[in-house]
Design a protein around this ligand. Structure first.
Ligand SMILES: C[S@@+](CC[C@H](N)C(=O)[O-])C[C@H]1O[C@@H](n2cnc3c(N)ncnc32)[C@H](O)[C@@H]1O
Length: 310
């Protein structure tokens, strides 16, 4: 039953489409729904009544949990206000893992603190079976000299050569600012945000489903990383943009046979378990004890092989 949806983008109401998908059949679900902030979408009207919006959210969240496998995870992205309700819905049928704070400044909203993060709720379907891979991001470096920006309290000798483990606060991934990188869509997410989520929670060939796929961020990340995908959006125009973009992508976000996430040709996320194999692609002094970690410079990814599959 699920086969006809795999590696497809479906134009339709995500509730109806998900209701046609069997229990426990996809590996992860990721949703970035309309935030009910009167955003100007092509067709969808983003201004439901408060209770109506929440009632609707509860329905699709319930479907997301139902169709996710016991080994899988459920991710929902939104502003903190709505996530406080979503957590209540999710706590009924899934298990809280994290509230990821994605550091992304937004416009001032009057008499309030300046909103400075979006949240991504991260739930497991079954906490004993869930797949999870620790991930790392590169040390922050001076753009000019390439040396590490932090001195890590004099403990540099113990540092990981590539970079720290990713915590629940993500400060290194920025919203898409330049119009040249944007589609005609008011809230497109950066692909490497989704690549990080996918590397952390799935294996090659796993199925990633996004019920509000917009112009395709999640499915493009999935395809680049050799995962299968299902994308749903109510708007034909966004579905067509996604299909067109997908046709130009291939599963090539890898070094040899190791899946990694790139942004502008730099590696931005790796799995901790892959470091042993990846280390050969970085310039690391031989005697680890004598290393001045401020002086380790990774080769840029341009010089790394990027394989393209047929
Ligand atoms: C916040 S946007 C998602 C953007 C997406 N993450 C991206 O990076 O392009 C929400 C999307 O939900 C779609 N949408 C609204 N109601 C829907 C429904 N009932 N079923 C499926 N999609 C819907 C809208 O057309 C819009 O593209």
């Amino acid at each position: 039953m699920i086969d006809r949806y795999i590696n497809n983008i479906i134009q339709g109401d995500c509730l109806e489409v998900m209701q046609d998908i069997p229990d426990n059949s996809v590996d992860i679900t990721f949703a970035d729904p309309p935030f009910n902030l009167k955003k100007k979408y092509n067709g969808y009207r983003d201004d439901r009544k408060f209770n109506e919006y929440l009632k609707w959210c509860k329905q699709w969240i319930h479907e997301m949990v139902r169709i996710t496998k016991p080994t899988g995870s459920i991710f929902v992205h939104n502003i903190p206000k709505w996530l406080t309700y979503y957590a209540g819905f999710l706590n009924e049928t899934a298990y809280f893992k994290h509230w990821i704070a994605w550091d992304a400044p937004t416009a001032p909203m009057g008499k309030s603190l300046q909103p400075s993060h979006y949240g991504i709720l991260y739930y497991a379907k079954d906490p004993d079976k869930t797949k999870f891979y620790e991930i790392r991001y590169p040390h922050k470096r001076c753009r000019k000299c390439n040396y590490l920006l932090k001195d890590y309290g004099g403990k540099k000798a113990g540092l990981h050569p590539f970079g720290p483990l990713v915590s629940d606060t993500w400060t290194d991934i920025h919203r898409i600012k330049h119009n040249k990188y944007r589609d005609k869509h008011p809230c497109q997410l950066p692909v490497h945000l989704l690549e990080r989520i996918i590397l952390m929670s799935t294996d090659e060939n796993d199925i990633v489903l996004d019920p509000f796929v917009g112009t395709g961020t999640t499915v493009i990340a999935a395809k680049r990383l050799g995962r299968r995908f299902i994308g749903i959006d109510i708007d034909r125009k966004y579905v067509n943009i996604t299909i067109d973009k997908l046709s130009k992508e291939s599963p090539d976000s890898k070094i040899e046979n190791i899946w990694v996430s790139f942004y502008l040709d730099e590696i931005v996320t790796i799995r901790d378990i892959d470091w042993a194999k990846l280390a050969q692609y970085f310039v690391i002094p031989e005697n680890i004890k004598d290393i001045d970690f401020t002086k380790i410079k990774p080769r840029t990814a341009e010089k790394l092989p990027r394989l393209t599959l047929p």
